[in-house]
Design a protein around this ligand. Structure first.
Ligand SMILES: NC(=O)C1=CN([C@@H]2O[C@H](COP(=O)(O)OP(=O)(O)OC[C@H]3O[C@@H](n4cnc5c(N)ncnc54)[C@H](O)[C@@H]3O)[C@@H](O)[C@H]2O)C=CC1
Ligand SMILES: O=C(O)C1=N[C@H](C(=O)O)C[C@H](O)C1
Length: 267
């Protein structure tokens, strides 16, 4: 049995992960951490039969008591580094889905996991369709280097651009560099009458973030060429789309050497 703790257990993703872990035959939920709903039972939050696991607010105290093998984090960008450092300090492998980390924070995780010789895993998107979309986008950008990304999420999402859009842009930029191709330069005199109208630029790729009720998690990558466009689109219409990837990461993280980023590396 893999002993699992969940940070952010009362959130939208945390409740879904609670359900998935509790239904997995090879996993046991041993701790649920969140700053909210601390009086409630995590089973009732996730809408499943009571698990007898109370939601706690102190991750380190919970970890020392429950001794999990793996800590899954779907909290907020400000909490994830401290949470993961506590995990690594105690020999617990972190599986991180939280987005919005800075490059410096990811580098700190990488160094600490390597120093402590503990497997750690981070993925901005655990849905297989999104992983394939990123790979197809990178493949296509070798031949169609003019690319823009539109990501659309629910109105409660705090970070923009999404972690998925950030990684997609990085993969596109790497593919362009490897192929020695460049996007078309903006025409002379181009200007933004409304600042931000052309999106935020990530590694040379314009990214447009839409936040509206009604969306869950969606992304379009549009590539343009002379007389043609190619549109790649992925839609997560239900947070269950992320669960097979999260369970796979929980099963594999302890066998990794240091920090691994991206679900494609576990498939
Ligand atoms: N990698 C992936 O496939 C996916 C990643 N995400 C990311 O997961 C994160 C969470 O998303 P949602 O569940 O929608 O957010 P949410 O706001 O519904 O849940 C976050 C939870 O974390 C809790 N929290 C805040 N600080 C905490 C701390 N220090 N320790 C423990 N818990 C703490 C909050 O009280 C809240 O209940 C976001 O960064 C989002 O971008 C979301 C969906 C898929
Ligand atoms: O906040 C979300 O909901 C999601 N966040 C991740 C991201 O930032 O890419 C993954 C998915 O898009 C859902």
């Amino acid at each position: 049995m893999i002993r699992v703790a969940i940070c952010g257990a009362a959130g939208r993703m945390g409740r879904e992960v609670t359900r998935a872990v509790s239904e997995a035959e090879d996993m046991q939920l041993v701790a649920a951490i969140d700053l909210h709903h601390i009086e409630e039972d995590v089973g009732s939050l996730a809408g499943i039969a009571l698990l007898g696991v109370k939601v706690e607010s102190d991750w380190k105290a919970a970890a020392l008591r429950a001794r999990p093998d793996v800590m899954v984090d779907f909290s907020v960008h400000t909490a994830v580094l401290p949470n993961a450092l506590i995990a690594l300090e105690l020999g617990i492998s972190p599986v991180i889905g939280t987005t919005g980390l800075s490059e410096e924070e990811v580098a700190r995780l990488e160094t600490t996991a390597k120093e402590r010789k503990i497997g750690a895993f981070l993925a901005p998107n655990f849905a297989i369709g999104a992983v394939l979309m990123m790979q197809f986008a990178a493949q296509a950008a070798r031949y169609l280097p003019d690319v823009e990304i539109i990501e659309l999420h629910h109105e409660k999402k705090v970070d923009a651009p999404s972690g998925t859009a950030m990684l997609t842009a990085q993969r596109i930029a790497e593919a362009r560099r490897a192929a020695g191709v460049h996007p078309t330069a903006a025409p002379e005199g181009a200007f933004e009458k409304a600042p931000g109208a052309r999106g935020g630029v990530v590694d040379g790729v314009p990214v447009h973030s839409v936040r509206l009720p009604g969306f869950v998690a969606h992304q379009e990558v549009i590539l343009g060429g002379v007389g043609q466009t190619l549109t790649l689109r992925h839609d997560s219409t239900d947070r269950r789309s992320f669960m097979p990837g999260v369970l796979l990461a929980i099963r594999k993280v302890r066998s990794l050497s240091g920090l691994v980023v991206g679900l494609e590396n576990l498939l």
